[in-house]
Design a protein around this ligand. Structure first.
Ligand SMILES: *Cc1c(COP(=O)(O)O)cnc(C)c1O
Length: 218
C-alpha cells in the first residue's frame, strides 16, 4: 500500500531543497486526488494535507462533501476543464477554480457567483504550448480575458498551465511566470509529479501532485 504520509514528507523536503538556492518560498502542494478513493485521501488528511485538486465536478461531488467534514480547513481546487452548465455546481463545491479560460465561462461564473454565497478564488489557465486539444487561453488572448474578468468582477489570483507532455516544461513555466509578472498576478500553479522540482525552482506557488503522492490512479 502507498504510504501517503511518507510521500508527502519526501515531497516537501524535495521542494524545500529545490527552492533553497533561489531564496524564494517553496510552493504549496495541491494533492491531486482524482482517481483515488476516500481511504487514500483520508491518509493525506491525517498527515495534515489540506489543499486538494480534482479535475471533474461530478467526481468531486461524489467524494468531497463527506470528506470535507473530516478535515477542517480543506481547500478544494478544480484543475480540470469546466463547462458553463457546471459553473453553478463548481461554485458550490470548490474553493479555487484554476481553469478559467474563456469569455463565456467568465460570464457564467460571474452570473452564478453572487448566488453561491461563498468565497471562491480563480486562476486563469494558459495554454502555453498552444495545443489545439488543450484547455487554456493562448498567451496572445490573455490580456483580453483578464480585462473581461475584471469588468465582470471576478478576482483572478494567478495563472495555471499544463505544458505539452513531450516537451521540456521549463520554458513553459518561465513563460507563465513572465505573464503573471506582467499582469501583477501572484499565484503560479505549475508542476506535477514529473516536474515539480523544475516548477519550484522557477517560482511556482502551487504544485499539483497526484501520482507521486498517492501512487497510480485507479
Ligand atoms: C492529473 C493532474 C495533475 C496531477 O498529475 P500527476 O502526474 O499524477 O501528478 C496535475 N494537474 C492536472 C491539471 C491534472 O489533471
Amino acid at each position: 500500500m502507498t504510504d501517503v504520509a511518507a510521500n508527502l514528507s519526501r515531497l516537501k523536503s524535495a521542494l524545500e531543497k529545490a527552492v533553497k538556492p533561489f531564496g524564494h518560498a517553496a510552493p504549496k502542494i495541491v494533492a491531486v486526488s482524482k482517481g483515488h478513493r476516500p481511504d487514500a485521501i483520508r491518509q493525506a488528511l491525517a498527515a495534515g494535507q489540506r489543499a486538494f485538486g480534482e479535475n471533474r465536478v461530478q467526481e468531486a461531488e461524489a467524494k468531497w462533501p463527506k470528506l470535507r467534514g473530516e478535515g477542517p480547513g480543506v481547500e478544494l481546487h478544480l484543475i480540470g476543464p469546466l463547462q458553463t452548465n457546471k459553473a453553478k455546481d463548481a461554485l458550490q463545491l470548490f474553493d479555487v477554480i484554476e481553469t478559467v479560460d474563456r469569455e463565456k465561462l467568465v460570464r457564467a461564473l460571474a452570473k452564478e457567483l453572487p448566488k453561491a454565497k461563498r468565497p471562491v478564488r480563480f486562476l486563469v489557465q494558459v495554454n502555453t504550448g498552444e495545443e489545439p486539444q488543450k484547455g487554456g487561453v493562448i498567451p496572445a488572448e490573455l490580456p483580453a480575458l483578464l480585462a473581461s474578468t475584471k469588468s465582470h468582477g471576478l478576482l483572478i489570483e494567478g495563472l495555471m498551465c499544463i505544458p505539452p507532455a513531450a516537451e521540456d516544461p521549463a520554458p513553459h513555466f518561465a513563460l507563465l511566470k513572465k505573464l503573471a509578472k506582467r499582469h501583477q498576478l501572484k499565484a503560479l500553479s505549475m508542476g506535477m509529479s514529473g516536474d515539480y522540482e523544475a516548477a519550484a525552482m522557477l517560482g511556482a506557488t502551487h504544485v499539483r501532485i497526484g501520482t507521486a503522492l498517492f501512487g497510480p490512479r485507479l
